[in-house]
Design a protein around this ligand. Structure first.
Ligand code: HEC
Ligand code: HEC
Ligand code: HEC
Ligand code: HEC
Ligand code: HEC
Ligand code: HEC
Ligand code: HEC
Ligand code: HEC
Ligand code: HEC
Length: 274
């Protein structure tokens, strides 16, 4: 009896395997073997209507996890290895940086009065990968992380100006390569926090209109009243003394500060008088 039962059972099994739907087939199989993957369950199948939404979700997920775009340096991609490497040894370079890079790129010395420390020292590859990167401009890091590989983040954030600035992207205010002064500021950096005076005055003083604030002002931290020069010297640095004193309006102003009559930033008339 026991034996027969077993045969009948096996027959049923074979029958089931041959005739039944996948769903049932699965149940049978998993009765015998563990770990057979479960096909779409009924509850999932019902959601066929919502497949569009599901697949959109999957697309979004795919995008999030997609392989990052890689940016290639042109001479690397073009396999012009010899433009940088000594091909005989492959390890050494045909010349040291920054000369290596200035073969094809503008020498920053010609563009800026002051160079940023690592640029002056020729450490281009402290910030750039010479071959390829997942960051734009072949950068080794993005955003402020790049700057904080060398600068102390606490110190920079403690600086009162960084503290109150709503702008946090360092390169919106600082030029990574160089600038007109020690602080390698981008033109217009002052206007992230100060008025550009354009709506305040009908006429703007030349250097103000040009955004050359640092021609008269010192950086904040030096704290010497915020002016580079005092009294008449501030103005006579650019204006010719002889010409100025020829003007009859300047007859008796020997000791007067020019800003007693002139607004250094702008005014309602051409002569920017108060
Ligand atoms: C624009 C200049 C330049 C070009 C072009 C260039 N390399 Fe390099 N390569 C460098 C510099 C600079 C380094 C050192 C990187 C560093 O110190 O961070 C380097 C490093 C290497 C290294 C050492 C391992 C590494 O990745 O740091 C190998 C290998 C190498 N390059 C192979 C190649 C090959 C192969 C090519 C051509 C397909 C090529 N390079 C093209 C500048 C270049
Ligand atoms: C053989 C010529 C050559 C040399 C040498 C060279 N470059 Fe370039 N580099 C190029 C060309 C070509 C481009 C693409 C120009 C463009 O897009 O305006 C480029 C673009 C770049 C860019 C901008 C990439 C971007 O995505 O916009 C950076 C950054 C750069 N190079 C850094 C360097 C550094 C750092 C070195 C020295 C290690 C160097 N290059 C040496 C030819 C060179
Ligand atoms: C302190 C980090 C740093 C150093 C050092 C540095 N760069 Fe850059 N460089 C940057 C950043 C950041 C950008 C992207 C600027 C932007 O977002 O507008 C950039 C952009 C560039 C570009 C493409 C845009 C442009 O301004 O032409 C080139 C080319 C370049 N660098 C070359 C060089 C060379 C050559 C050197 C070495 C002499 C160098 N860099 C050193 C940070 C650096
Ligand atoms: C590879 C290291 C390195 C990286 C990366 C770097 N710097 Fe610098 N930075 C220096 C050095 C070195 C000096 C010169 C220090 C000095 O003169 O006291 C300097 C000076 C400066 C100064 C002038 C400070 C002063 O007191 O004169 C500013 C501003 C500055 N960096 C901003 C930046 C910004 C913004 C970034 C990111 C785009 C950046 N740095 C990334 C090394 C770096
Ligand atoms: C991140 C914001 C920020 C930036 C950028 C900034 N400043 Fe200021 N500035 C301030 C704050 C806040 C004060 C007031 C605190 C003080 O008096 O020291 C100030 C004060 C001043 C003063 C003195 C005002 C007075 O009443 O005596 C001058 C002048 C000045 N800034 C000029 C500039 C110039 C020029 C630039 C561009 C190089 C600049 N600032 C960039 C925030 C900023
Ligand atoms: C020709 C020299 C000169 C230039 C250029 C200049 N300033 Fe001034 N600035 C002065 C003088 C002088 C004072 C002090 C005025 C006083 O004491 O009455 C002053 C005062 C200030 C003050 C504090 C008082 C106020 O008016 O709010 C700020 C802020 C300021 N300047 C910002 C700037 C900015 C931003 C720029 C660039 C757009 C700039 N300055 C360009 C000479 C200049
Ligand atoms: C809103 C404009 C602005 C932004 C954004 C900004 N800075 Fe500055 N930063 C300045 C100005 C202006 C000065 C000059 C300080 C002064 O006038 O005394 C300065 C000074 C500095 C100095 C030299 C003085 C010091 O505190 O040591 C360093 C280094 C510096 N910045 C690094 C950075 C880094 C790194 C970032 C990004 C995290 C950054 N800055 C973002 C405007 C900015
Ligand atoms: C950084 C250089 C610079 C400094 C410093 C400077 N100026 Fe000027 N100034 C100019 C320029 C550039 C013009 C525009 C030239 C023009 O329109 O003929 C100008 C124009 C003027 C004008 C109008 C002239 C005209 O004929 O329309 C007056 C007035 C004037 N400046 C007064 C001053 C006074 C006062 C100071 C000192 C507080 C001063 N300047 C400091 C560069 C400077
Ligand atoms: C007592 C008030 C007063 C003082 C102080 C003063 N100015 Fe003037 N300035 C004027 C008047 C008024 C005009 C001319 C307006 C006209 O011609 O209608 C003028 C015109 C100018 C002009 C344009 C005309 C020209 O001569 O080129 C410049 C530039 C100028 N001043 C610079 C200066 C400088 C620099 C100082 C400081 C050494 C100074 N001013 C001090 C009142 C003054």
């Amino acid at each position: 009896m026991h034996r027969l039962n077993k045969y009948i059972f096996l027959l049923i099994v074979v029958f089931v395997i041959i005739t039944c739907s996948t769903q049932k087939h699965y149940k049978t199989l998993s009765f015998f073997f563990d770990g057979v993957p479960e096909p779409l369950s009924d509850s999932l199948k019902v959601q066929n209507d919502t497949l569009d939404i599901d697949s959109l979700h999957i697309l979004a997920l795919l995008k999030q996890n997609s392989i990052p775009e890689i940016f290639y340096h042109v001479p690397f991609k073009e396999k012009e290895c010899a433009s940088c490497h000594d091909q005989a040894t492959m390890g050494s370079f045909i010349q040291p940086q920054p000369g290596l890079c200035y073969q094809c790129h503008d020498d920053f010395n010609t563009n800026y009065k002051t160079l940023h420390g690592p640029v002056a020292a020729g450490f281009c590859t402290e910030c750039h990968n010479p071959h390829q990167s997942k960051e734009k401009y072949l950068l080794i890091e993005n955003g402020e992380k790049l700057c904080f590989t060398c600068h102390d983040s606490e110190e920079v954030k403690e600086n009162q100006f960084h503290n109150i600035a709503e702008e946090t992207n360092c390169v919106n205010c600082h030029n990574p390569h160089g600038g007109e002064n020690q602080f390698v500021l981008q033109k217009g950096a002052c206007f992230k926090c100060h008025d550009d005076f354009k709506n305040q005055y009908k006429y703007l003083h030349g250097p103000v209109a040009g955004g050359f604030c640092m021609e008269c002002h010192t950086p904040h931290i030096e704290g010497t009243g915020n002016l580079i020069r005092k009294g008449q010297d501030l103005c006579l640095y650019c204006h010719d003394k002889e010409l100025v004193f020829k003007n009859e309006n300047h007859q008796d102003i020997d000791d007067a500060s020019c800003t007693e009559c002139h607004n250094p930033h702008g005014g309602e008339n051409r002569f920017i008088l108060y």
